[in-house]
Ligand binder design. Structure first.
Ligand code: SAH
Length: 357
């Protein structure tokens, strides 16, 4: 009997990220019965198969024929665990690019903070990721892989995913949307438990709205006026604040979902009660929520985290204008795993330890 010819996958073609239908189509193209598609789907998304040779329900002969087919799993190059149990992973991708992902456990939730790009081109002055430059966009399966990696390491189901790791998700919109679909339909995470966070890219907020996802949409605002915002986020220079906010209003109208505004608090820069009032006036009347993020220190920048009193005063000023507001203290600070602290750490690249597979 002739063995079926093994389809050679293209270099950018992984099995991870494909739907049940697409996987079924693939097994058929390999001369296998369609029910193997369901098995493959289960082993990829529920059992964490890293190679087709792991899939013991497949016939031995076929397994050895397809063991080099690309599944799309990375290797954990380094892992660090903070005292609060937040775990940061440095993942090595197939082209040896390194990307960070963070697992944040609480009693009820396991949240993964995923990266959407290797590095970031936005160059925010307070963020470590941008300081390291930009390498490339991630593929959808490289985003899904991050979630599966954290799920396996914690031996617990991931409940929430936030696109707040390295990168600007709206600069990689197609792959991010594809990963949202896979996380939802194949991994089984509710769309409402996903957050896409962006500094805002012209035209892309509308494009995201057109996908009609149920995800939470977050915009990193950080300043109540354009001049200061452009200083803090050089990548936002050509996207006037008024235009960004009018796009956010349209997003709310199109999707019926509120926008979360993230606002990093930098002592003496953007944290005065006057600036809080200016912020309140900007977003008043819009279905929204403000998330205040006290600055997490990075070595490349000179900013300070405001005193607790000033943070509370800023929050109070917003509340006076009936703005819904919460303060988000980042987890994982001790291992540089908190918001804005993700970077490709050179010392880790030179001496990896411990290496997990
Ligand atoms: N590019 C996207 C997602 C990545 S950053 C975005 O900017 O929204 C996720 C959040 O962490 C953003 O709100 C970002 O501004 C914030 N952040 C970046 N650096 C930080 C730091 N040093 N301290 C606290 N928050 C930071």
């Amino acid at each position: 009997m002739n063995a079926p010819v093994t389809e050679k996958p293209k270099p950018d073609d992984a099995l991870l990220g494909r739907s049940l239908e697409q996987l079924t189509e693939w097994v058929r193209s390999q001369g296998q019965p369609p029910y193997r598609g369901k098995q493959l789907h289960q082993w990829l998304y529920q059992k964490g198969a890293r190679s087709l040779s792991d899939i013991t329900v497949f016939p031995k002969q076929w397994r050895s024929e397809v063991e080099t087919v690309k599944v799309g799993r990375s290797r954990v190059h380094h892992r660090s665990i903070a005292p609060d149990q937040t775990r940061k992973y440095l993942l090595r991708l197939e082209d040896d690019a390194l990307v960070e992902t963070v697992g944040i456990p609480t009693e009820k939730r396991l949240t993964v903070c995923v990266s959407s790009q290797v590095g970031c081109p936005m160059n925010c002055d307070f963020c470590a990721t941008g300081k390291g430059g930009f390498l490339r966009n991630l593929k959808a399966w490289e985003i899904v892989d991050q979630v599966l990696t954290v799920q396996e390491d914690f031996q617990r189901r991931v409940s929430n995913v936030v696109f707040m790791g390295m990168g600007e998700p709206l600069l990689n919109l197609d792959e991010v949307v594809a990963s949202v679909r896979t996380l939802n339909e194949d991994v089984g995470i509710a769309q409402r438990s996903l957050v896409i966070s962006t500094v805002g890219i012209p035209h892309r907020i509308r494009q995201l709205a057109e996908h009609n996802l149920q995800v939470t949409f977050a915009v990193s605002l950080h300043a109540p006026e354009q001049k200061l915002r452009a200083q803090l986020i050089p990548g936002a220079k050509h996207y006037p604040l008024e235009k960004l906010l009018s796009d956010c209003r349209k997003y709310v109208n199109m999707t019926g979902r509120r926008v979360t505004f993230e606002y990093i608090l930098l002592a003496g820069v953007n944290d005065s009660p006057k600036q809080a009032i200016a912020l309140a006036k900007l977003i008043q009347g819009m279905q929204s929520h403000v998330n205040l993020i006290p600055y997490n220190p990075i070595s490349e920048a000179d900013y300070q985290r405001p005193k607790t009193h000033d943070i509370q005063q800023f929050k109070h000023a917003l509340e006076q204008y009936k703005i819904a507001v919460s303060v988000r203290y980042s987890r994982g600070l001790e291992t540089d795993a908190a918001c804005g602290q993700l970077r490709i750490n050179q010392s880790v690249i030179i001496s990896p330890s411990p290496v997990l597979s």
